[in-house]
Write a protein that binds this ligand. Structure first.
Ligand code: NAP
Length: 439
C-alpha cells in the first residue's frame, strides 16, 4: 500500500484545509503522513491574526483545524522558518510533495509621495497589530488625532475602519490584543473616512459587511444618498434593470446605509468614492491626504483633474497584499508562479493566497486545497523512503509541536474565561516560546 509524505508550509486556513483534503483521500490503498511547518509559535494564520475580533463566528473554523491536527497522521512543527531554519531543497528531497501555503503577508504599496511618513500604515501592519501577531506588537500606531483615513474599498478596509470607529467598549469582550484594546480606549480618533477610487457600484465590500453598518450602536455611518442613487442608475444603464445578485444586494445595502438616520454619535465613519489618493502630506508625520476627484464617463473611471484634501493624523492603506518571497521559488505578480497549484517542474505545490493572490474568504481555501490535492495525488509516483523534517532541525531548536500549541491555546483561553473573552492573546515571542515549549 503506497504511503506518501507531504510537508505543508504555513499553518493558516490553506495549510489546514490542505491537510484535511489529504486526510479525506486516505483509503486502504493510499495513506499520507502530514508534517505542517509554521514560522510562528501560534497557528491558524489569518483566522487568528486577520479576522476582525468583532467577527468571532468566522473564527469557529479553528475547530475544524484542531480536528485535522488530532488525526494520527498529522504532526506540527511550529517556530520553524522556511529559508532560515530549513531550506526548500531539503524538504523536496525528503517529501513526496511540498505544499506552500505561505499566504500574502505584505501590504501592497500605494506608490504615492508621503506613504512612508510616520502615521501612515498598511493594513498588513495594523490588522496584525490589533490581532496580537507577535511581530507587530510594538509597531507605532498613532491614535492621538481626531481623524483617520482608510484607503481601499474592500473588506479589509472595512475591518480597519470599524476597529477605529467602534466604541472600544464593544471590543472589551473580544480577543482584541490587550495592547491594542488599551490604545483604542485611549484613542481620540472620532472620524474615520474610507476612500474608494472608483464608484459605489465598484466597491469590493460584501453585502453582509455593509449590512452591519446601520446596526452599529455607537457610530454614525455617512454615505451621500445621491452617490448611491447615481451608482444605481449607472449600474442599470450598464447591465439593465435586473442586476447580478451580488451587485443588487450591495446597492440595496448602500441604500439602507444612506437612509439610516444619523443619531448624532460622536463617532463617525464616512465613505468617499471616486477618490484616488495622490499624496500624503505632513511635516515629519501624516497631516493630510490629497485625493484626486474622479468621475465616470461611458462606464470608465477618469480623473477630473480636481483635488480635495482630508486633514488627518493616521492613514491606513488596505489596497491588497503580496506574498513575501521564499528563496528558491519564482514569484510573479505578488504570488508564487504556478499552474493551478503546481509549481513548475518539481514536487512543489501551492494553495491559498500564495497561489491565487489575496482574494476570497477563509472557506475559499477549502475548495482550493481540495483541487490542488487532487493534482498532487495524480502526480504521486514511487514514495520517497528516507528522511523527514526531524533530520533537519537541530535538537536544541525550540520547537512548538501540537502539544506546545495546545498549551498556548489553552493558556490563552483560560486567561480569557474570567473576563468573558474567548481568549487573552499572548503577544510576545519569548513568552509564547516559553509556554509552548514547556510541555
Ligand atoms: P480587495 O477586496 O481586493 O479590495 C482592495 C481594494 O483596494 C479595492 O477597493 C481596490 O480598488 C483598492 N485598491 C487597490 N489598489 C489601489 C490603489 N492603488 N489606490 C486606491 N485603491 C486601491 O482586498 P482586501 O480588502 O484586502 O480583501 C482581501 C480578501 O479578503 C477579499 O476577498 C475580501 O473579501 C476578503 N476578506 C473578507 C472578510 C470577510 O469576509 N469579512 C474580511 C476581510 C477580508 P479597485 O477595485 O479599484 O482596484
Amino acid at each position: 500500500m503506497p504511503h506518501y509524505k507531504v510537508a505543508i508550509v504555513g499553518a493558516g486556513p490553506a495549510g489546514y484545509f490542505t491537510a484535511q483534503a489529504l486526510q479525506s483521500l486516505q483509503s486502504d490503498d493510499l495513506t499520507f503522513s502530514i508534517d505542517l511547518i509554521e514560522r510562528l509559535p501560534t497557528m491558524w494564520g489569518l483566522v487568528r491574526s486577520g479576522v476582525a475580533p468583532d467577527h468571532p463566528k468566522i473564527k469557529s473554523v479553528s475547530k475544524v483545524f484542531e480536528k485535522v491536527a488530532a488525526e494520527a497522521n498529522f504532526r506540527l512543527f511550529g517556530n520553524v522558518e522556511l529559508g532560515r531554519d530549513i531550506h526548500l531543497a531539503d524538504l523536496t528531497a525528503r517529501y513526496d510533495a511540498v505544499v506552500l501555503c505561505t499566504g500574502s503577508s505584505l501590504g501592497k504599496k500605494l506608490g504615492i509621495p508621503g506613504e512612508d511618513l510616520p502615521g501612515s500604515l498598511s493594513a498588513a501592519e495594523f490588522v496584525p497589530w490589533y490581532n496580537g501577531h507577535p511581530d507587530f506588537t510594538n509597531i507605532p500606531v498613532n491614535l492621538n488625532g481626531t481623524t483617520a483615513v482608510v484607503i481601499g474599498a474592500g473588506n479589509v478596509a472595512m475591518d480597519c475602519a470599524r476597529m477605529l470607529a467602534l466604541n472600544p467598549s464593544e471590543l472589551d469582550s473580544t480577543d482584541t490584543a490587550d495592547h491594542a484594546l488599551k490604545a483604542l480606549h485611549a484613542s481620540s480618533i472620532r472620524k474615520v473616512f474610507i476612500a474608494g477610487r472608483r464608484g459605489v457600484e465598484h466597491a469590493a465590500f460584501t453585502a453582509p459587511e455593509l449590512r452591519e453598518l446601520p446596526k452599529l450602536e455607537h457610530t454614525d455611518v455617512r454615505i451621500d444618498a445621491s452617490e448611491v442613487s447615481a451608482a444605481h442608475e449607472r449600474a442599470v444603464a450598464e447591465y439593465g434593470e435586473v442586476l447580478e445578485k451580488h451587485l443588487a444586494s450591495n446597492l440595496e445595502a448602500w441604500r439602507l446605509i444612506a437612509e439610516h438616520p444619523i443619531s448624532g454619535h460622536d463617532r463617525e465613519m464616512e465613505f468617499r468614492f471616486l477618490s484616488t489618493p495622490l499624496e500624503i502630506k505632513g511635516n515629519g508625520k501624516v497631516e493630510e491626504v490629497i485625493f484626486g476627484i474622479n468621475e465616470i464617463q461611458g462606464g470608465k473611471v477618469v480623473a477630473t483633474g480636481k483635488t480635495y484634501s482630508i486633514p488627518c493624523s493616521l492613514v491606513i492603506s488596505a489596497i491588497g497584499y503580496e506574498s513575501a518571497e521564499i528563496p528558491g521559488v519564482i514569484f510573479e505578480r505578488g504570488r508564487i508562479a504556478n499552474d493551478e497549484g503546481r509549481v513548475v517542474e518539481s514536487n512543489i505545490y501551492t494553495v491559498g493566497w500564495a497561489k491565487r493572490g489575496p482574494s476570497g474568504v477563509i472557506g475559499t481555501n477549502k475548495s482550493d486545497a481540495s483541487d490542488v490535492v487532487k493534482l498532487i495525488v495524480e502526480d504521486l509516483k514511487s514514495p520517497k523512503v528516507a528522511g523527514d523534517i526531524t533530520d533537519l532541525i537541530p535538537t536544541d531548536h525550540l520547537l512548538i509541536d501540537q502539544a506546545g500549541w495546545s498549551a498556548i491555546n489553552s493558556s490563552e483561553v483560560a486567561k480569557g474565561e474570567p473576563l468573558g473573552k474567548p481568549r487573552v492573546k499572548e503577544v510576545e515571542w519569548a513568552k509564547l516560546l516559553e509556554i509552548g515549549s514547556n510541555t
